[in-house]
Design a protein around this ligand. Structure first.
Ligand SMILES: [Zn+2]
Length: 219
């Protein structure tokens, strides 16, 4: 579909202020917000045997979040996101203010943040459909590929979802989640599979046709 909003942003992402990104089929203006991780936060974990460097590494991941607010997507990029910054034990006064996240900082923060956003939404949708259908997958994980939206393994009943679904409207994400969940029961796309799909999502064929086009990378 050439009219998908995400198609207009195929050029290489820079993860900078004001850049237009596409989440769940909607356009947002990316806003980079620097967040400082105070050094002394790591003193809260004395005697754990974990080095301050390891703790910082962990924290920087937990603290990269993206918040959708109106037409803005606020990306919180933690200070001390890079290896270079982690090695700096004490930041000289004023460092925080002048610090400019590098391309790598912004990309790493964006990746962590959108994976979190995506995982939360998939969990929500998956649980909803598991409840409705009575079907259950063993586990699920995220992939970043260009050749499928989701897959269900025949042996383990585990499902993977493509992070690039993040750019598509939620109705299509719902369709993909239900589709993979129905595979837990029927591995092929035969009459039984289609019958279950039609019960829970009567217009699934229309949704598929409308939004299932070439996969575009979101990161
Ligand atoms: Zn299938």
């Amino acid at each position: 579909m050439n009219n998908m909003p995400e198609n207009r942003y195929r050029q290489k992402k820079q993860y900078t202020d004001g850049e237009t990104i596409c989440i769940w089929g909607n356009e947002y203006s990316l806003q980079i917000i620097k967040t400082a991780v105070p050094d002394d936060i790591f003193m809260l974990f004395p005697g754990t045997g974990i080095s301050p460097e390891a703790l910082k590494k962990r924290f920087r991941h937990d603290m990269s979040v993206i918040e959708l607010s109106g037409s803005n997507a606020l990306l919180y990029v933690p200070f001390c996101h890079t290896g270079k910054n982690i090695k700096t034990a004490n930041f000289p006064a004023g460092t925080e203010m002048s610090w400019k996240p590098s391309f790598e900082d912004r990309k790493a923060a964006y990746k962590t943040a959108v994976y979190g956003l995506f995982a939360d939404k998939i969990n929500e949708i998956l649980h909803k459909w598991e409840k409705k259908t009575g079907l259950k997958c063993k586990s699920w994980y995220i992939t970043d590929v260009l050749n499928y939206w989701g897959q269900c393994s025949s042996w383990g009943k585990d499902i993977c979802f493509n992070i690039n679904l993040l750019g598509r409207p939620l109705i299509f994400v719902e369709f993909v989640v239900l589709h993979e969940l129905v595979h837990v029961m029927h591995m092929n796309h035969g009459p039984k599979f289609r019958a279950i799909m039609a019960i829970y999502m009567p217009d699934y064929k229309i949704i598929d046709k409308k939004y299932n086009s070439r996969i575009i990378r979101v990161i």
